[in-house]
Design a protein around this ligand. Structure first.
Ligand SMILES: CC(=O)N[C@H]1[C@@H](OP(=O)(O)OP(=O)(O)OC[C@H]2O[C@@H](n3ccc(=O)[nH]c3=O)[C@H](O)[C@@H]2O)O[C@H](CO)[C@@H](O)[C@@H]1O
Ligand SMILES: C=C(OP(=O)(O)O)C(=O)O
Length: 432
Protein backbone atom coordinates (compact mmCIF):
# COMPACT_ATOMS: atom_id res chain seq x y z
CA UNK A 1 0.00 0.00 0.00
CA UNK A 2 1.32 3.46 -0.89
CA UNK A 3 2.14 6.04 1.73
CA UNK A 4 2.73 9.78 1.54
CA UNK A 5 5.47 11.53 3.41
CA UNK A 6 5.20 15.27 3.96
CA UNK A 7 7.96 17.41 5.40
CA UNK A 8 5.93 20.24 6.86
CA UNK A 9 6.77 23.85 7.45
CA UNK A 10 5.03 25.72 10.25
CA UNK A 11 3.68 28.92 8.66
CA UNK A 12 5.56 32.13 9.13
CA UNK A 13 9.09 31.19 8.16
CA UNK A 14 10.05 33.30 5.14
CA UNK A 15 9.32 31.75 1.75
CA UNK A 16 7.39 28.78 3.13
CA UNK A 17 3.88 29.39 1.79
CA UNK A 18 2.60 27.56 -1.27
CA UNK A 19 3.02 29.87 -4.23
CA UNK A 20 2.10 29.56 -7.90
CA UNK A 21 -0.66 28.48 -10.26
CA UNK A 22 -2.60 25.27 -9.87
CA UNK A 23 -4.98 24.09 -12.60
CA UNK A 24 -8.12 22.53 -11.13
CA UNK A 25 -9.03 19.16 -12.60
CA UNK A 26 -12.42 17.84 -13.67
CA UNK A 27 -14.84 17.01 -10.86
CA UNK A 28 -15.03 13.41 -9.68
CA UNK A 29 -18.63 13.84 -8.58
CA UNK A 30 -19.61 15.24 -11.98
CA UNK A 31 -17.66 12.65 -13.97
CA UNK A 32 -19.04 9.55 -12.23
CA UNK A 33 -22.79 10.06 -12.88
CA UNK A 34 -22.03 11.30 -16.40
CA UNK A 35 -20.06 8.12 -17.10
CA UNK A 36 -23.19 6.22 -15.99
CA UNK A 37 -25.40 8.43 -18.16
CA UNK A 38 -23.43 7.33 -21.22
CA UNK A 39 -25.31 4.03 -20.82
CA UNK A 40 -28.55 5.79 -21.76
CA UNK A 41 -27.39 6.61 -25.28
CA UNK A 42 -27.64 4.57 -28.44
CA UNK A 43 -24.25 5.88 -29.64
CA UNK A 44 -20.82 6.60 -28.15
CA UNK A 45 -20.09 9.49 -25.79
CA UNK A 46 -16.77 11.30 -25.55
CA UNK A 47 -15.88 12.91 -22.22
CA UNK A 48 -13.03 15.39 -21.92
CA UNK A 49 -11.24 16.85 -18.86
CA UNK A 50 -11.90 13.62 -17.01
CA UNK A 51 -9.75 13.47 -13.87
CA UNK A 52 -7.26 10.63 -13.50
CA UNK A 53 -8.73 9.09 -10.37
CA UNK A 54 -9.20 5.54 -9.16
CA UNK A 55 -12.98 6.12 -8.85
CA UNK A 56 -13.17 7.08 -12.52
CA UNK A 57 -11.17 3.96 -13.45
CA UNK A 58 -13.43 1.82 -11.26
CA UNK A 59 -16.46 3.23 -13.08
CA UNK A 60 -14.81 2.44 -16.42
CA UNK A 61 -14.24 -1.12 -15.19
CA UNK A 62 -17.91 -1.39 -14.22
CA UNK A 63 -19.01 -0.06 -17.62
CA UNK A 64 -16.73 -2.52 -19.43
CA UNK A 65 -18.19 -5.33 -17.32
CA UNK A 66 -21.65 -4.31 -18.54
CA UNK A 67 -20.50 -4.60 -22.15
CA UNK A 68 -19.45 -1.02 -22.97
CA UNK A 69 -16.34 -0.36 -24.98
CA UNK A 70 -14.34 2.20 -23.01
CA UNK A 71 -11.23 3.89 -24.35
CA UNK A 72 -9.08 6.19 -22.27
CA UNK A 73 -6.54 8.65 -23.64
CA UNK A 74 -4.24 10.76 -21.48
CA UNK A 75 -3.92 14.44 -22.42
CA UNK A 76 -2.10 17.33 -20.73
CA UNK A 77 -5.33 18.70 -19.19
CA UNK A 78 -6.87 15.44 -18.05
CA UNK A 79 -8.12 12.36 -19.79
CA UNK A 80 -10.51 11.75 -22.62
CA UNK A 81 -12.82 8.81 -22.06
CA UNK A 82 -14.91 7.40 -24.89
CA UNK A 83 -17.79 5.15 -23.85
CA UNK A 84 -19.62 3.11 -26.47
CA UNK A 85 -22.64 1.35 -24.95
CA UNK A 86 -23.91 -0.23 -28.19
CA UNK A 87 -23.01 -3.79 -27.11
CA UNK A 88 -24.61 -3.61 -23.64
CA UNK A 89 -28.05 -5.11 -24.32
CA UNK A 90 -27.17 -8.70 -23.41
CA UNK A 91 -25.60 -9.96 -20.22
CA UNK A 92 -26.00 -9.71 -16.49
CA UNK A 93 -26.51 -5.91 -16.29
CA UNK A 94 -25.01 -6.16 -12.84
CA UNK A 95 -22.94 -3.98 -10.53
CA UNK A 96 -21.25 -6.57 -8.36
CA UNK A 97 -20.41 -6.32 -4.66
CA UNK A 98 -16.70 -6.30 -5.58
CA UNK A 99 -17.13 -3.01 -7.42
CA UNK A 100 -19.82 -1.38 -5.28
CA UNK A 101 -17.82 -1.99 -2.09
CA UNK A 102 -14.86 -0.04 -3.50
CA UNK A 103 -17.02 2.77 -4.87
CA UNK A 104 -20.55 3.57 -3.76
CA UNK A 105 -21.24 5.68 -6.84
CA UNK A 106 -21.52 2.35 -8.71
CA UNK A 107 -25.21 2.33 -7.69
CA UNK A 108 -25.74 5.22 -10.10
CA UNK A 109 -25.87 2.74 -13.00
CA UNK A 110 -29.23 1.57 -11.64
CA UNK A 111 -31.39 4.30 -13.19
CA UNK A 112 -29.75 4.23 -16.65
CA UNK A 113 -29.75 0.41 -16.90
CA UNK A 114 -33.36 0.16 -15.85
CA UNK A 115 -34.52 2.91 -18.19
CA UNK A 116 -32.64 1.70 -21.25
CA UNK A 117 -32.55 -2.08 -20.81
CA UNK A 118 -35.56 -2.74 -18.57
CA UNK A 119 -33.60 -4.34 -15.75
CA UNK A 120 -30.66 -3.91 -13.40
CA UNK A 121 -28.99 -5.86 -10.63
CA UNK A 122 -26.94 -3.90 -8.14
CA UNK A 123 -25.24 -4.94 -4.93
CA UNK A 124 -26.47 -3.11 -1.83
CA UNK A 125 -23.61 -0.80 -0.92
CA UNK A 126 -23.87 -1.11 2.88
CA UNK A 127 -22.39 1.51 5.20
CA UNK A 128 -19.04 3.21 4.79
CA UNK A 129 -16.56 5.14 6.92
CA UNK A 130 -18.73 8.27 6.99
CA UNK A 131 -22.20 6.85 7.61
CA UNK A 132 -24.85 4.21 6.90
CA UNK A 133 -25.73 5.73 3.51
CA UNK A 134 -28.87 3.77 2.58
CA UNK A 135 -30.29 3.90 -0.96
CA UNK A 136 -33.98 3.76 0.03
CA UNK A 137 -34.72 7.07 -1.73
CA UNK A 138 -33.18 5.86 -5.01
CA UNK A 139 -35.41 2.78 -4.85
CA UNK A 140 -38.59 4.65 -3.83
CA UNK A 141 -38.08 7.11 -6.67
CA UNK A 142 -37.55 4.36 -9.24
CA UNK A 143 -40.63 2.54 -7.90
CA UNK A 144 -42.64 5.73 -8.45
CA UNK A 145 -41.70 5.39 -12.15
CA UNK A 146 -42.96 1.81 -12.26
CA UNK A 147 -39.89 -0.24 -11.30
CA UNK A 148 -40.40 -3.53 -9.51
CA UNK A 149 -37.82 -3.84 -6.78
CA UNK A 150 -36.72 -7.08 -5.14
CA UNK A 151 -34.01 -7.25 -2.50
CA UNK A 152 -32.44 -10.63 -1.85
CA UNK A 153 -29.00 -11.98 -0.95
CA UNK A 154 -27.54 -8.47 -0.68
CA UNK A 155 -28.58 -7.47 -4.20
CA UNK A 156 -31.32 -5.21 -5.52
CA UNK A 157 -33.05 -6.46 -8.64
CA UNK A 158 -35.04 -3.90 -10.59
CA UNK A 159 -37.30 -4.54 -13.54
CA UNK A 160 -39.70 -2.52 -15.70
CA UNK A 161 -40.39 -3.19 -19.39
CA UNK A 162 -40.78 0.58 -19.87
CA UNK A 163 -40.76 3.11 -17.07
CA UNK A 164 -43.57 5.65 -16.92
CA UNK A 165 -43.48 9.24 -15.73
CA UNK A 166 -44.68 10.09 -12.24
CA UNK A 167 -44.51 12.53 -9.36
CA UNK A 168 -42.07 11.81 -6.57
CA UNK A 169 -41.03 13.82 -3.54
CA UNK A 170 -37.76 12.77 -1.91
CA UNK A 171 -38.07 12.36 1.87
CA UNK A 172 -34.59 13.81 2.20
CA UNK A 173 -32.28 15.58 -0.16
CA UNK A 174 -29.99 13.10 -1.91
CA UNK A 175 -27.53 13.84 -4.68
CA UNK A 176 -27.14 10.27 -5.97
CA UNK A 177 -30.87 9.58 -5.54
CA UNK A 178 -31.79 12.67 -7.57
CA UNK A 179 -29.31 11.68 -10.30
CA UNK A 180 -30.48 8.07 -10.49
CA UNK A 181 -34.18 8.92 -10.72
CA UNK A 182 -33.61 11.85 -13.10
CA UNK A 183 -31.67 9.59 -15.49
CA UNK A 184 -34.38 6.94 -15.35
CA UNK A 185 -37.11 9.51 -16.01
CA UNK A 186 -35.23 10.87 -19.04
CA UNK A 187 -36.21 7.73 -20.99
CA UNK A 188 -39.54 7.04 -19.25
CA UNK A 189 -42.87 7.43 -21.05
CA UNK A 190 -44.47 10.78 -20.13
CA UNK A 191 -43.91 13.56 -17.64
CA UNK A 192 -42.06 13.25 -14.31
CA UNK A 193 -41.92 15.77 -11.49
CA UNK A 194 -39.24 15.31 -8.83
CA UNK A 195 -39.58 17.40 -5.68
CA UNK A 196 -37.17 18.13 -2.84
CA UNK A 197 -34.28 17.26 -5.15
CA UNK A 198 -30.59 17.98 -4.57
CA UNK A 199 -29.45 21.30 -6.03
CA UNK A 200 -25.73 20.44 -6.22
CA UNK A 201 -23.86 21.73 -9.30
CA UNK A 202 -23.16 18.11 -10.25
CA UNK A 203 -26.94 17.52 -10.55
CA UNK A 204 -27.21 20.58 -12.79
CA UNK A 205 -24.24 19.39 -14.82
CA UNK A 206 -25.82 15.96 -15.30
CA UNK A 207 -29.09 17.57 -16.45
CA UNK A 208 -27.14 19.73 -18.90
CA UNK A 209 -25.36 16.64 -20.19
CA UNK A 210 -28.63 14.71 -20.58
CA UNK A 211 -30.26 17.62 -22.38
CA UNK A 212 -27.32 17.73 -24.80
CA UNK A 213 -28.03 14.03 -25.43
CA UNK A 214 -31.63 14.90 -26.31
CA UNK A 215 -33.41 14.75 -22.93
CA UNK A 216 -36.01 17.32 -21.85
CA UNK A 217 -35.18 18.32 -18.30
CA UNK A 218 -35.86 21.64 -16.64
CA UNK A 219 -35.44 22.99 -13.12
CA UNK A 220 -32.09 21.36 -12.25
CA UNK A 221 -30.42 23.59 -9.67
CA UNK A 222 -33.78 24.30 -8.00
CA UNK A 223 -35.78 22.12 -5.58
CA UNK A 224 -38.07 20.74 -8.32
CA UNK A 225 -37.04 19.04 -11.55
CA UNK A 226 -39.45 18.41 -14.44
CA UNK A 227 -38.63 15.76 -17.01
CA UNK A 228 -40.49 15.03 -20.23
CA UNK A 229 -39.43 11.50 -21.17
CA UNK A 230 -38.05 10.86 -24.68
CA UNK A 231 -37.66 7.64 -26.67
CA UNK A 232 -33.98 7.86 -27.44
CA UNK A 233 -30.81 9.66 -26.38
CA UNK A 234 -27.62 10.02 -28.42
CA UNK A 235 -23.98 10.04 -27.39
CA UNK A 236 -22.27 13.45 -27.30
CA UNK A 237 -18.96 15.22 -26.69
CA UNK A 238 -18.76 16.87 -23.27
CA UNK A 239 -16.12 18.45 -21.03
CA UNK A 240 -16.37 17.72 -17.28
CA UNK A 241 -16.67 20.82 -15.11
CA UNK A 242 -13.81 21.70 -12.71
CA UNK A 243 -13.92 20.23 -9.21
CA UNK A 244 -15.21 22.67 -6.57
CA UNK A 245 -14.06 20.39 -3.74
CA UNK A 246 -10.55 20.03 -5.12
CA UNK A 247 -10.43 23.82 -5.56
CA UNK A 248 -11.69 24.30 -1.98
CA UNK A 249 -9.11 21.87 -0.61
CA UNK A 250 -6.24 23.64 -2.36
CA UNK A 251 -7.65 27.02 -1.29
CA UNK A 252 -7.32 25.86 2.32
CA UNK A 253 -3.76 24.70 1.57
CA UNK A 254 -2.88 28.19 0.30
CA UNK A 255 -4.66 29.84 3.25
CA UNK A 256 -3.01 27.88 6.07
CA UNK A 257 0.51 28.04 4.61
CA UNK A 258 0.21 31.84 4.16
CA UNK A 259 0.64 31.12 0.49
CA UNK A 260 -0.45 32.86 -2.68
CA UNK A 261 -2.01 30.48 -5.20
CA UNK A 262 -4.07 31.04 -8.34
CA UNK A 263 -6.53 28.15 -8.63
CA UNK A 264 -6.96 28.07 -12.39
CA UNK A 265 -10.51 27.40 -13.67
CA UNK A 266 -11.85 27.17 -10.09
CA UNK A 267 -15.67 27.10 -10.40
CA UNK A 268 -16.20 30.13 -8.14
CA UNK A 269 -19.93 30.29 -8.84
CA UNK A 270 -20.27 26.94 -7.11
CA UNK A 271 -17.97 27.81 -4.23
CA UNK A 272 -19.75 30.71 -2.50
CA UNK A 273 -20.26 28.95 0.83
CA UNK A 274 -16.60 27.93 1.03
CA UNK A 275 -15.26 31.29 -0.15
CA UNK A 276 -17.50 33.09 2.38
CA UNK A 277 -15.98 31.05 5.22
CA UNK A 278 -12.45 31.68 3.96
CA UNK A 279 -13.16 35.43 3.85
CA UNK A 280 -14.64 35.28 7.35
CA UNK A 281 -11.42 33.63 8.53
CA UNK A 282 -9.42 36.50 7.07
CA UNK A 283 -8.21 34.76 3.90
CA UNK A 284 -7.87 36.96 0.82
CA UNK A 285 -9.92 35.47 -2.06
CA UNK A 286 -10.05 37.34 -5.35
CA UNK A 287 -11.77 36.27 -8.53
CA UNK A 288 -9.31 36.90 -11.35
CA UNK A 289 -9.73 36.23 -15.08
CA UNK A 290 -7.66 33.01 -14.75
CA UNK A 291 -9.45 31.67 -11.68
CA UNK A 292 -9.54 32.19 -7.92
CA UNK A 293 -6.53 33.72 -6.19
CA UNK A 294 -6.12 32.77 -2.54
CA UNK A 295 -3.67 34.53 -0.24
CA UNK A 296 -3.25 33.31 3.32
CA UNK A 297 -3.16 35.88 6.13
CA UNK A 298 -0.72 36.05 9.03
CA UNK A 299 -3.46 35.25 11.51
CA UNK A 300 -6.62 33.26 10.86
CA UNK A 301 -9.87 34.07 12.67
CA UNK A 302 -12.06 31.28 14.09
CA UNK A 303 -15.17 30.35 12.11
CA UNK A 304 -18.36 28.41 12.79
CA UNK A 305 -19.43 26.06 10.02
CA UNK A 306 -22.57 23.97 9.47
CA UNK A 307 -22.62 21.52 6.58
CA UNK A 308 -25.77 21.69 4.47
CA UNK A 309 -26.98 20.53 1.08
CA UNK A 310 -25.95 22.92 -1.73
CA UNK A 311 -25.88 25.94 -1.72
CA UNK A 312 -24.86 25.46 1.93
CA UNK A 313 -21.37 24.57 3.10
CA UNK A 314 -20.45 21.19 1.53
CA UNK A 315 -19.85 18.20 3.78
CA UNK A 316 -17.03 17.24 1.39
CA UNK A 317 -15.09 20.30 2.66
CA UNK A 318 -15.77 19.76 6.38
CA UNK A 319 -12.57 17.89 7.22
CA UNK A 320 -10.41 20.36 5.31
CA UNK A 321 -11.97 23.50 6.84
CA UNK A 322 -11.43 21.90 10.26
CA UNK A 323 -7.66 22.14 9.69
CA UNK A 324 -8.03 25.82 8.90
CA UNK A 325 -10.13 26.27 12.05
CA UNK A 326 -7.43 24.50 14.04
CA UNK A 327 -4.89 27.05 12.79
CA UNK A 328 -7.10 30.01 13.78
CA UNK A 329 -6.71 32.12 16.92
CA UNK A 330 -9.61 30.93 19.08
CA UNK A 331 -12.45 28.41 19.16
CA UNK A 332 -14.52 27.35 16.15
CA UNK A 333 -17.55 25.05 16.09
CA UNK A 334 -18.07 22.75 13.12
CA UNK A 335 -21.37 20.94 12.81
CA UNK A 336 -21.89 18.04 10.41
CA UNK A 337 -25.52 17.54 9.38
CA UNK A 338 -25.25 15.39 6.24
CA UNK A 339 -23.43 12.25 7.41
CA UNK A 340 -23.72 10.80 10.91
CA UNK A 341 -20.11 9.63 11.23
CA UNK A 342 -17.97 12.09 9.37
CA UNK A 343 -15.47 12.96 12.10
CA UNK A 344 -13.07 10.06 11.62
CA UNK A 345 -10.29 12.57 10.90
CA UNK A 346 -10.60 14.14 14.37
CA UNK A 347 -8.56 11.57 16.34
CA UNK A 348 -5.87 11.63 13.66
CA UNK A 349 -5.76 15.46 13.60
CA UNK A 350 -5.50 15.38 17.41
CA UNK A 351 -2.56 12.99 17.11
CA UNK A 352 -0.95 15.66 14.92
CA UNK A 353 -1.42 18.17 17.75
CA UNK A 354 -4.92 19.62 17.27
CA UNK A 355 -7.34 20.23 20.16
CA UNK A 356 -10.70 19.06 18.79
CA UNK A 357 -13.51 17.70 20.94
CA UNK A 358 -16.50 16.01 19.32
CA UNK A 359 -19.90 16.25 20.96
CA UNK A 360 -22.63 14.57 18.93
CA UNK A 361 -22.59 16.10 15.47
CA UNK A 362 -20.48 19.09 16.53
CA UNK A 363 -16.75 19.49 16.89
CA UNK A 364 -15.23 22.24 18.98
CA UNK A 365 -11.87 23.17 17.52
CA UNK A 366 -9.50 25.21 19.69
CA UNK A 367 -6.67 26.96 17.93
CA UNK A 368 -4.09 27.99 17.16
CA UNK A 369 -2.46 24.58 16.73
CA UNK A 370 1.22 23.90 16.33
CA UNK A 371 0.83 20.77 14.25
CA UNK A 372 3.69 18.32 14.61
CA UNK A 373 4.22 15.41 12.26
CA UNK A 374 3.70 11.75 13.05
CA UNK A 375 2.32 8.65 11.35
CA UNK A 376 -1.42 8.85 10.69
CA UNK A 377 -4.01 6.68 9.00
CA UNK A 378 -6.36 7.92 6.27
CA UNK A 379 -9.88 6.64 6.88
CA UNK A 380 -11.78 8.17 3.96
CA UNK A 381 -11.25 10.52 1.06
CA UNK A 382 -11.70 13.95 2.64
CA UNK A 383 -10.26 12.80 5.98
CA UNK A 384 -7.06 12.00 4.11
CA UNK A 385 -7.11 15.45 2.48
CA UNK A 386 -7.29 17.02 5.94
CA UNK A 387 -4.24 14.99 7.04
CA UNK A 388 -2.28 16.25 4.02
CA UNK A 389 -3.23 19.83 4.93
CA UNK A 390 -2.16 19.37 8.55
CA UNK A 391 1.05 17.72 7.34
CA UNK A 392 1.90 20.75 5.18
CA UNK A 393 1.97 23.03 8.24
CA UNK A 394 3.24 20.46 10.74
CA UNK A 395 6.69 20.54 12.28
CA UNK A 396 8.76 17.60 11.01
CA UNK A 397 7.51 14.66 8.98
CA UNK A 398 3.95 13.41 8.61
CA UNK A 399 3.51 9.94 7.18
CA UNK A 400 0.05 9.20 5.82
CA UNK A 401 -0.91 5.57 5.38
CA UNK A 402 -3.77 4.14 3.29
CA UNK A 403 -3.26 6.74 0.58
CA UNK A 404 -5.61 4.85 -1.72
CA UNK A 405 -8.40 6.86 -0.10
CA UNK A 406 -6.94 10.13 -1.36
CA UNK A 407 -6.29 8.72 -4.85
CA UNK A 408 -10.06 8.20 -5.18
CA UNK A 409 -10.58 11.95 -5.40
CA UNK A 410 -7.29 13.82 -5.95
CA UNK A 411 -5.13 13.27 -8.99
CA UNK A 412 -1.52 12.58 -7.82
CA UNK A 413 -1.79 15.13 -5.03
CA UNK A 414 1.96 15.23 -4.41
CA UNK A 415 2.65 16.08 -8.09
CA UNK A 416 0.14 18.93 -7.84
CA UNK A 417 1.42 20.49 -4.61
CA UNK A 418 5.20 20.02 -4.96
CA UNK A 419 5.56 22.58 -7.81
CA UNK A 420 4.02 25.14 -5.41
CA UNK A 421 6.68 24.47 -2.80
CA UNK A 422 5.28 21.54 -0.81
CA UNK A 423 7.71 18.82 0.17
CA UNK A 424 5.84 15.57 -0.35
CA UNK A 425 6.86 12.14 -1.59
CA UNK A 426 4.98 8.96 -2.30
CA UNK A 427 6.42 5.59 -1.38
CA UNK A 428 5.03 2.51 -3.05
CA UNK A 429 4.32 -0.64 -1.12
CA UNK A 430 4.83 -1.10 2.61
CA UNK A 431 2.36 -2.07 5.32
CA UNK A 432 -1.14 -0.86 6.02
C1 LIG B 1 -20.26 10.45 -5.96
C2 LIG B 1 -20.89 11.62 -5.28
O1 LIG B 1 -21.43 12.51 -5.92
N1 LIG B 1 -20.79 11.65 -3.95
C3 LIG B 1 -21.33 12.78 -3.22
C4 LIG B 1 -22.81 12.55 -2.99
O2 LIG B 1 -22.92 11.30 -2.29
P1 LIG B 1 -24.36 10.63 -2.17
O3 LIG B 1 -25.13 10.88 -3.40
O4 LIG B 1 -24.13 9.21 -1.76
O5 LIG B 1 -24.95 11.44 -0.96
P2 LIG B 1 -26.49 11.76 -0.68
O6 LIG B 1 -26.76 13.16 -1.05
O7 LIG B 1 -27.30 10.70 -1.30
O8 LIG B 1 -26.54 11.59 0.90
C5 LIG B 1 -27.00 12.62 1.75
C6 LIG B 1 -27.60 11.99 2.98
O9 LIG B 1 -28.82 11.32 2.61
C7 LIG B 1 -28.82 10.00 3.10
N2 LIG B 1 -29.56 9.16 2.15
C8 LIG B 1 -29.19 9.17 0.82
C9 LIG B 1 -29.86 8.40 -0.08
C10 LIG B 1 -30.94 7.61 0.35
O10 LIG B 1 -31.57 6.89 -0.41
N3 LIG B 1 -31.27 7.64 1.66
C11 LIG B 1 -30.60 8.39 2.59
O11 LIG B 1 -30.95 8.38 3.76
C12 LIG B 1 -27.33 9.63 3.21
O12 LIG B 1 -27.12 8.55 4.11
C13 LIG B 1 -26.72 10.92 3.67
O13 LIG B 1 -26.83 11.02 5.06
O14 LIG B 1 -23.34 13.62 -2.22
C14 LIG B 1 -22.75 13.75 -0.90
C15 LIG B 1 -23.47 14.86 -0.18
O15 LIG B 1 -23.21 16.06 -0.77
C16 LIG B 1 -21.26 13.98 -1.04
O16 LIG B 1 -20.69 13.95 0.25
C17 LIG B 1 -20.60 12.92 -1.90
O17 LIG B 1 -19.28 13.30 -2.20
C1 LIG C 1 -17.96 11.18 0.07
C2 LIG C 1 -17.37 11.35 -1.11
O1 LIG C 1 -17.49 10.53 -2.17
P1 LIG C 1 -18.38 9.20 -2.32
O2 LIG C 1 -19.80 9.61 -2.32
O3 LIG C 1 -17.97 8.68 -3.64
O4 LIG C 1 -18.03 8.31 -1.16
C3 LIG C 1 -16.54 12.55 -1.39
O5 LIG C 1 -16.26 12.81 -2.57
O6 LIG C 1 -16.13 13.22 -0.44
Amino acid sequence: MDKLEIIGTPPGAPGTGLVGRLPIRGAKNAALPIQCAALLASTATRLRHVPKLTDVSTMNRLLRGLGCEVEVEQGSDGRTVEIDPSAVAEGALEASYELVKTMRASVTVMGPLLARYGRARVSLPGGCAIGARPIDQHLKGLQALGAEVTIEHGYVDLAAPRLHGGRFQFDRVTVGGTQNVMMAAALARGQTTLENVAREPEVEELALFLNKMGARISGAGTATIEIEGVDELSGIDHAILPDRIEAGTFAVAAAITRGDVLLEHAPVDHMHAVIDKLLEAGVECTVEPGGLRVVGPERLRPIDVITQPHPGFPTDMQAQIMVLAAMADGASVIRETIFENRFMHVPELNRLGADIVVDGNSAVVRGPTDFSGTTVMATDLRASASLVLAGLVGKGTTEIRRVYHIDRGYEAIEERLCPLGARMSRYHGGGA
